[in-house]
Design a protein around this ligand. Structure first.
Ligand SMILES: [Mn+2]
Length: 355
């Protein structure tokens, strides 16, 4: 595995490449052209400029998170083919610039919702948290307002104001889309992009839906072992793979995380590893990465990745806000750096224990 950190670009991130370079063991970043809209073509020039900036800091681009999928593709609207053509062109340009990993998601309307962006924990740190009861009491516009008003000035990925202004229209577009339709639209998209992925060896890594169940009545399909295996078989190509995100699959306590990792052997192209602390099955908060701080056995998760021979990039995921840092919720430097070191410690111990 290669340890990496997510980075949003100099114009959007409070964390610098120079800081990332000093986290022991971190050699790559997972980045994106954050100021592009879903459906827009990423030019080679812009990709190259981003690459040169990262490389000048002594790091490399280990993958893209995300190239966002336009809603027309997810809903199967008549204009989807034009957007898929654009997506293919972006993949081609990434391939030509030697980028071979793309994380994306197929969540309708919203990326990951949280009901609190700064829940205080007993140690004084603040974390992202979710309660189903709070979601049930809100409508989507209220949810957007509460998220937009509490981000330390950052734009949250998947919650861009330009998109959320149209939240009602977006919901209307999904009115006819149920789970089966969404699977079908995903299949159509994947079948069209696989040739360019084969040509440039681009590993597509779908991110799970978070939380791993339907919210606001919208269909969600990347939620469980059964569904993700269905998706793998539906377009049976090694370039059709997954981002294994322990914090997202882990929102459903019925998901056996190490078991899922083993079942997905060969198709996990990217891993997000983080811990959650459950206060009840419908109330969780994002803990420090350590097993002892949350609900998951992080050793077993890393051991499963080791056992399947996982060799892709891995990154610590959302961190707590600690030591007075002000950053995009979940994406400060300090706690993610602690997470990167802890995960590498687990890996080293597993590796040496096996030898
Ligand atoms: Mn994730």
């Amino acid at each position: 595995m290669e340890m990496t950190l997510r980075w949003y670009g100099a114009a959007f991130d409070t964390v610098t490449l120079e800081q990332i370079r000093q986290i022991p063991g971190v050699t790559g970043v997972i980045t994106t052209l954050y100021n592009t809209a879903p459906g827009e073509v990423w030019s080679r020039e812009r990709i190259r400029a981003m690459k040169e900036e990262v490389e000048a800091a002594g790091l490399h681009i280990a993958g893209i998170e995300s190239v966002n999928v336009h809603d027309a593709i997810k809903t199967g609207a008549p204009e989807r083919d034009g957007y898929i053509d654009n997506y293919i062109e972006t993949l081609e340009n990434l391939g030509k610039e030697d980028v071979h990993l793309v994380c994306y998601n197929f969540m309708p309307v919203f990326d990951w919702p949280r009901t609190e962006l700064a829940r205080r924990r007993p140690d004084g740190s603040t974390v992202l948290a979710y309660t189903q009861e709070a979601v049930d009491a809100l409508n989507p516009e209220q949810m957007f307002e509460s998220i937009a008003g509490d981000t330390n000035g950052a734009v949250m990925p998947g919650w861009e104001p330009e998109r959320m202004e149209h939240v009602k229209e977006l919901f209307a577009q999904y009115r006819e889309v149920d789970e089966e339709k969404l699977f079908e639209n995903l299949r159509y998209f994947l079948e069209r992009i696989m040739p360019v992925c084969d040509q440039y060896d681009i590993r597509m890594a779908i991110h799970p839906d978070d939380p791993a169940w339907s919210v606001f009545g919208l269909p969600r399909i990347i939620t469980s072992q059964k569904n993700i295996l269905r998706m793998m078989k539906m377009v049976d190509n090694p370039h059709n793979g997954v981002t294994f995100c322990s914090g997202s699959y882990g929102t459903n306590l019925e998901n056996d995380l190490p078991g899922m990792i083993r079942a997905l052997k060969g198709r996990i192209h990217f891993a997000h590893v983080r811990n959650l602390k459950f206060n009840s099955p419908t109330d969780f908060e994002e803990a420090a990465h350590l097993s002892s701080d949350g609900t998951f056995d992080m050793y077993e998760i890393m051991k499963a990745l080791y056992d399947i021979g996982f060799s892709g990039p891995i990154r610590p995921d959302h961190g707590r806000m600690i030591w007075g840092e002000k950053a995009m919720p979940g994406y400060g430097l300090y706690d993610r750096a602690l997470g990167a070191c802890y995960l590498q410690g687990l890996w080293e111990a597993i590796e040496k224990g096996e030898k």
